[in-house]
Design a protein around this ligand. Structure first.
Ligand SMILES: *Cc1c(COP(=O)(O)O)cnc(C)c1O
Length: 380
């Protein structure tokens, strides 16, 4: 087969997204305004929640979720040990402590059996991650968590489902990312979802410097001398209307994007099952995978060469791969801060060392997919 160059991912944006920004630019309303409200409404409807609040990233979404839950110094928040580092960082932004929980090597998600022993009277929240677009087993987590609030890190899980319900509607709060590596993009951007009216209002205020509209302003029309009141420490985490314009167009394509990726994920499943040193993603019947990434697990006891050598070989053939994500407890900052060893979380350690994301994105062609399979099968 002729050599092809295939990146790990490319966002699917084009003229439609470009034109969508024109209206905002011409109107002069650039920051959060009508486009953000429309984007939030479409997002909330698609994910079956009452409220969706657009913010600047999944990281700031997660931060606000924890602030709204009252997470503060001395509290503990449980975070899977295999996830993007910011799932853990946001806990530290609140002055609280990160308590890592191990992950399951087959789903890459939080290991419910390891969760029980991590809960203490100080546990203020748990952040189950729906990694690569596969929801965590939320019912099993709820059983163990009891009344502890669950904040879904659905950064990769726009449009994903669990037992007939959408990601973002499964916990107390849900958080999403619109980074270009995710399923739909606004460049940078995020969303918080919830069915709780009070949390929604709190988060709306927090993202806007903590501004709250007074009752007087709400009910008696705009008086020129009334500015919002500020009774909390807020942030500026507002999404712009420019980003939301792109998001509206992208969100309309979300389900067709997922359908297309699912078709090619099945193609990979079928084609790659004959490779005995590689495990394709396992998706239980209760789950609708969002296929943000297609991540395989390399069994080095059977593979002719190591995971890293496989990745280098593929790179030479023009196929980009990446480790699924990283294990924060193995990263310098957390390893040092909490004096953690890689072996303290063996599941996360193995996922860190043996996972491999292969190209799956909406701009790929049929020939690209066939070429990736060809290259993987050529590794001897
Ligand atoms: C990408 C990602 C984030 C961070 O999203 P940003 O929008 O870039 O802040 C957080 N958690 C997970 C699991 C992610 O994959």
């Amino acid at each position: 087969m002729e050599k092809r160059i295939i990146p790990i991912s490319l966002p699917h944006t084009g003229e439609e997204e470009w034109l969508a920004t024109k209206e905002s630019i011409m109107s002069g309303w650039l920051t959060a305004g009508p486009k953000v409200r429309e984007f939030e409404q479409i997002f909330a409807k698609r994910h079956g929640v009452k409220h969706a609040m657009a913010v600047t990233s999944a990281t700031t979404a997660l931060h606000l979720a924890l602030v709204a839950l009252g997470v503060k110094e001395g509290d503990e928040v449980i975070v899977p040990a295999f996830t993007w580092i910011s799932t853990a960082n946001v806990v530290l932004y609140c002055g609280a402590n990160v308590v890592f929980v191990d992950v399951d090597r087959t789903t890459f998600n939080l290991d419910v059996n390891d969760l029980k022993s991590k809960i203490t009277p100080k546990t203020k929240a748990i952040i189950p991650v729906h990694l690569f677009g596969l929801c965590a087993d939320m019912d099993a987590i709820k059983k163990v968590a009891g009344n502890i609030p669950l904040v879904e890190d659905g950064a990769c899980a726009a449009g994903a489902g669990y037992k007939g319900n959408a990601a973002g509607s499964l916990g107390t709060l849900g958080c999403f990312s619109f980074h270009p590596r995710k399923s739909v993009t606004t460049g940078e951007g995020g969303m918080v979802t919830t069915n709780d009216d009070a949390l929604a209002e709190h988060i709306s205020n927090l993202r806007n410097h903590g501004a709250s509209i007074s009752e007087e302003q709400r009910h008696h029309g705009a008086k020129p001398y009334i500015l919002p009141d500020f009774n909390m420490l807020g942030y500026n985490y507002r999404m712009t209307d420019l980003q939301a314009s792109v998001g509206i167009v992208q969100l309309k394509k979300l389900d067709s994007f997922i359908d297309e990726r699912e078709t090619w994920a099945k193609f990979y499943d079928e084609q790659l099952k004959e490779i005995n040193w590689l495990r394709t993603p396992l998706v239980g019947t209760d789950y609708k995978h969002g296929w943000q990434s297609y991540v395989v697990y390399i069994d080095e006891s059977k593979s002719p060469i190591s995971r890293n050598e496989i990745m280098e070989k593929l790179q030479q053939m023009g196929v980009s791969t990446r480790p699924g994500t990283h294990a924060p407890h193995m990263l310098h900052y957390y390893a040092e801060k909490y004096n953690i060893k890689p072996d303290d979380f063996p599941g996360a350690r193995d996922c860190n060392n043996y996972s491999m994301s292969i190209p799956l994105f909406n701009k790929m062609t049929e020939e690209d997919y066939h070429y990736v399979v060809h290259c993987l099968k050529s590794i001897k």
